[in-house]
Design a protein around this ligand. Sequence first.
Ligand SMILES: [Zn+2]
Length: 130
Amino acid sequence: MRFFRFSASQYHAPYAPKATRRKGKKGGRRGMSRTNKSGKQGGMDGLTALIRQLEQVKAQARRIGIFTDDRELLECPNCGLLEDVMADGLLVTYSRRSRSRKDCGLRFSQVDENCFQCPSCGTKVKAVIL
Ligand SMILES: [Zn+2]
């Protein structure tokens, strides 16, 4: 039985649009305008929408097990269970004493904003939020 490995470089998009240059020089002189014409709030609304969208993407990533880098990785001071991130971005846990570093499938559960509970022994671990 043979296994075939595929790499991303083997796939080519059938059509890749050329990068287009943006015309005009926007935002070059912020705060210099004397009159505040209508539509100035549009920028903030757009930014708020983007931030909301980013949060949705992050939540989606977390659901499928990807570490989103908004806090430091946890390690239980009591039993030595620790978190690690694989090359593909997936969050895993294993014991500090484990030589294989194989994911044991347990996940720290969030208790409050910056406190997590060890799934193995129940110890509360304070997270450093980034
Ligand atoms: Zn523990």
